[in-house]
Ligand binder design. Structure first.
Ligand code: NAD
Length: 428
């Protein structure tokens, strides 16, 4: 019995659903490879990243003390091409989380047919309690620590939770100094003036909107007039709320790390956008707030978790009233909850598909950097739409044809090319 099989059996026997995020990912990878008819060796290759670098970074703080931060960079598989994935700044970053996130990136790149494998980085820190100069020193230190294993043809980072275009700019500058030539293709999500792509900042949300439109079509819901709840009001959640309300949807719920707002008549998104802080906090503007958990089970047509992991669980899944759950966040739903939602007739559009717009436009940014020729907003949007519509239809059709949920279907499609490339290279 394989390691993962024994883990699954052990957890089933114990009646527990809470596999950690890495084990959860391994479980779906195992099932997807089995469904594709691959041998155990494919699973052995893909169950963990090929490389994981752990770094410890001493950083001078503004008060003169030195704080040592821990960071990671994981590279899942580079059989197809360089690895690609964001860098997260968060106190809860763990090695397992970074590994799992790199594996999800592989699936996203596979579904959208990008010439990349998955990568991911993270630093255990709380940027909300750090000054700009401290963040700059930490960002530059991280690049110096991982510079040997990253680069425009090796592994290309990008923003993720609590990192932004300013942090990408510092990182690009540090890498260019180390290499002694300008290297815009080292990192994506940069400011426009430093080689960023048009549409990159809002690309994840733009992609979620496009995928949601396709999902709504198959379920028979119109976006115009649909009642939508969005958990999280950061980069993904806030742009998404704006795009959807501009399309005539009614955003009835929004949340941040401190609580949630719900109004069946619809929230004033422009007011929230104007008054949020840079970390996507809006609930401090109101007295009458509810909890994030209360928000998830309020009446709506479409629910979009767009904040953090493990929000929809076995406990709350059966109380969810939405007809579609679109996972804009990475890993918001446990596997058991996926089963409960699917059995309840709720269409669940998995993270690896729903939030893949970010990496697609990151790829566009890298292509533009490599060719030194920059595209218009319209070009970016049209190319993104084509890729995501095709990706949605492939995943949806596979799930219908095989009678499986969209998460498993997405993993099957996402892993297929990676196994093929690994085989051609003689790795398996
Ligand atoms: P962000 O840091 O800009 O915003 C995060 C939001 O979540 C904030 O509103 C914050 O207040 C809220 N939040 C934080 N902790 C919370 C908690 N415990 N409960 C409820 N809300 C909480 O991050 P983002 O870039 O918008 O990313 C959100 C999710 O989308 C993450 O899972 C990320 O991995 C995923 N994602 C983002 C991108 C992207 O391009 N930004 C791409 C793909 C996936």
């Amino acid at each position: 019995m394989s390691l993962i099989n024994s883990t699954i059996v052990q957890h089933q026997e114990e009646g527990r659903e809470q596999l950690n995020v890495l084990e959860r990912t391994q479980e779906v990878i195992y099932k997807a490879l089995k469904e594709l008819g691959h041998k155990e060796e494919a699973y052995e290759l893909l169950k963990e990243p090929l490389r994981l670098l752990t770094v410890r970074m001493p950083v001078k703080m503004d008060d003169g003390t030195v704080q040592v931060f821990t960071g990671y960079r994981a590279q899942h598989n580079d059989a197809i091409g360089p690895t690609k994935g964001g860098i997260r700044f968060h106190p809860d970053v763990t090695e397992n989380e970074v590994k799992a996130l790199s594996m999800w990136m592989s699936i996203k790149c596979g579904i959208t047919n990008l010439p990349y494998g998955g990568g991911k980085g993270g630093i255990q820190c709380d940027p909300r309690n750090m000054s700009f100069p401290e963040l700059e020193r930490l960002s530059r230190s991280y690049v110096r620590s991982i510079s040997q294993i990253v680069g425009p043809t090796k592994d290309i980072p990008a923003p993720d939770v609590f990192t932004n275009s300013q942090i990408m700019a510092w990182m690009m500058d540090e890498y260019s100094r180390i290499r002694e030539f300008d290297s815009p293709g080292f990192i994506t999500g940069k400011p426009l003036v430093l080689g960023g792509s048009r549409g990159r900042e809002s690309s994840t949300a733009m992609g979620v909107t496009m995928i949601m439109r396709e999902a709504a079509k198959v379920v028979g819901i119109k976006i115009k007039g649909a009642r939508i709840i969005i958990q999280g009001f950061g980069n993904a959640g806030s742009f998404l709320a704006k795009f959807l309300s501009d399309q005539g949807a009614k955003i009835v719920g929004i949340s941040d790390a401190y609580g949630a707002l719900y109004n069946p008549e619809g929230l004033d998104i422009d007011y929230l956008l104007e008054n949020r802080d840079s970390f996507g906090t809006v609930t401090n503007l109101f007295k009458d707030i509810i909890t994030n958990q209360e928000l998830l089970i309020k009446p709506c047509d479409i629910l979009v978790p767009a904040a953090i992991e493990n929000q929809i669980t076995e406990e709350n899944a059966s109380h969810i009233k939405a007809k579609i759950v679109v996972e804009a966040a990475n890993g918001p739903t446990t596997l058991k909850a996926t089963e409960v939602l699917t059995q309840g007739g709720i269409l669940i559009v998995p993270d690896v598909l729903a939030s893949s717009g970010g990496v697609v436009v990151s790829y566009f940014e890298w292509v533009q950097n490599n060719q030194g020729y920059y595209w218009t907003d319209e070009e970016v949007e049209n190319k993104l739409e084509k890729i995501l519509t095709t990706a949605f239809l492939n995943v949806y059709q596979t799930s219908v044809n095989k009678g499986i949920d969209m998460r498993l279907a997405a993993y099957m499609i996402g892993l297929k090319r990676m196994v093929e490339a690994s085989r051609f290279r003689g790795w398996i």
